[in-house]
Design a protein around this ligand. Structure first.
Ligand code: GDD
Ligand code: MN
Length: 428
């Protein structure tokens, strides 16, 4: 028995997949269409030739023990829907893709993309969206922490109510963190609060990895999304024109098998993403992070100076300066330039370079401050009391920009990169 339109749809899919950069058609494996010849229930037949209503995108990495259970549960919940499931697996060593393909052999709604060229959660989700046909695009974890029973509600909000983004939330009525650890819960809370304040987003759970987005929204912002890290929902919320949003509560489940891939670096990249989404239009997010660290370093320097002077330690100024240089180096290494992050013995050379850059910066800062203080230009603008701190800060700003350009190109230069200047934003 033939499924109307299926062969043309498959042809269309395959040609679309071949267009994805870095992928060839052979690394994409589609579920075989109706291999056992039992046909497809009549109720799907009627809707099929039109666009699929719902695409459920499931990124996976080492979820072999979970994926089968999840796919069965989705099939049960979505029995009345016109849907497809797209599993995007990054060639998991545990053979998650194989387990998913076995399910796909028996269920034509399941498609498996086995990606060999790239890795990462957000980029996997974006790839799933590229090949998806649905008018609503749902994203969820494979580890059974996201309750598939709310998918109909997420989808209805998007398809029936015309909402751009509907997210599964642990914070609203009906939502629950389950056995989520205290630490993770406070990280989640901090992330949500930051996003609410900085981006003024009316959502309670912007770190959720469980959401539905309309095709319209995807087409609006999909091309502008930063494919790094774990915060893809944040990107959909914050890029482009303001979306309409809605939330549906769900109880966060226990991970059944395997382990989380969310680490400290994921949190760092989330904070960097928030900065990028807040000020990125005007100035590079890396520079903003660098300047924030610099401001903290200045506080460290003054606090240390006070303490050392009180204690009557000689060379207090030099010691305080050195302390702030160390503070700046390690903070920038862990935060601002976390993607490069020098470690162990490899950080000795960059640390020495950072000292040279900082010494240069101190000279520039002092020079600029003295020059401005002595110049007649500002004599009449500021009272003599007000002048000193302003001139000091002006020196700091000039030195910070100079130091940044040097540090980006010397201390934290990505391997093999030619990058003459760092202030310009990377092109999107
Ligand atoms: N393809 C692919 N590639 N999938 C990945 C990768 C990757 O590099 N890393 C993780 N995944 C898959 C996992 O297999 C899982 O299905 C899902 O992405 C989420 O990963 P988890 O490791 O389960 O993350 P989590 O549960 O700790 O984090 C959850 O909460 C975060 C914040 O609350 C997720 O829902 C995140 O999306 C969310 O940001
Ligand atoms: Mn998870």
């Amino acid at each position: 028995m033939d499924w109307p339109g299926v062969s043309s749809k498959l042809a269309q899919l395959t040609s679309r997949q071949a267009d994805i950069p870095g992928m060839d058609a052979s690394s994409v494996e589609l579920g075989a269409a109706d291999p056992d010849g039992r046909g497809v229930p009549a109720r799907y037949d009627r809707r099929r030739p039109r666009a699929t209503a719902v695409s459920i995108i499931v990124p996976t990495y080492n979820e072999a023990d979970n994926i089968g259970v999840l796919l069965d549960r989705i099939a049960e919940t979505m029995v009345d829907y016109d849907y497809e499931v797209i599993v995007v697996d990054d060639d998991s060593p545990d053979g998650t893709w194989r387990a998913a393909e076995q399910k796909a052999d028996a269920n034509t709604r399941i498609r498996v993309v086995r990606r060999r060229t790239d890795r990462g959660l957000s980029s996997a989700v974006l790839l799933g969206m590229t090949v998806a046909n649905g008018r609503a695009l749902v994203v969820m974890d494979a580890d059974l922490q996201h309750d598939e029973r709310i998918i109909p509600d997420l989808v209805s909000s998007v398809l029936d109510d015309g909402i751009d983004i509907c997210l599964g939330s642990r914070e609203v009525e009906g939502g629950d963190y389950g056995d989520f650890g205290r630490g993770r819960r406070s990280v989640s809370w901090a992330g949500a609060t930051l996003a609410r304040v900085l981006l003024r987003l009316p959502v309670t759970d912007p770190m959720s990895g469980f959401f539905a987005v309309s095709r319209r929204r995807y087409e609006q912002v999909g091309d502008h999304i930063n494919p790094r890290g774990f915060k893809i929902l944040l990107e959909f919320l914050a890029r482009g024109p303001r979306p309409s949003v809605d939330e549906v509560g769900y109880r966060f489940g226990q991970r059944l098998h395997g382990s989380t891939k969310l680490t400290g670096s994921v949190v760092v990249s989330y904070v960097l993403a928030l900065i990028e989404l807040t000020v990125g239009r005007f100035v590079s997010a890396t520079f903003t992070a660098y300047a924030l660290v610099g401001a903290l370093g200045l506080l460290v320097r003054f606090a240390a100076l006070l303490v050392f002077e009180q204690a009557g330690i000689g060379a207090a100024a030099i010691l305080a300066l050195e302390l702030s240089v160390l503070f700046n180096f390690y903070s920038n290494n862990a935060f601002t330039f976390s993607s490069i992050g020098h470690r162990g013995r490899r950080s000795i050379r960059p640390l020495l370079l950072f000292h040279l850059v900082s010494a240069q910066g101190v000279i520039v800062q002092t020079g600029v401050t003295n020059w401005l203080t002595e110049s007649s230009l500002f004599r009449n603008v500021l009272s003599s009391d007000g002048r000193a701190p302003v001139m000091f800060l002006a020196g700091i700003v000039v030195a910070t920009v100079g130091n940044y350009i040097l540090n980006v190109n010397v201390t934290w230069r990505p391997a093999g990169a030619v990058r003459p200047f760092g202030l310009r934003r990377a092109t999107r």
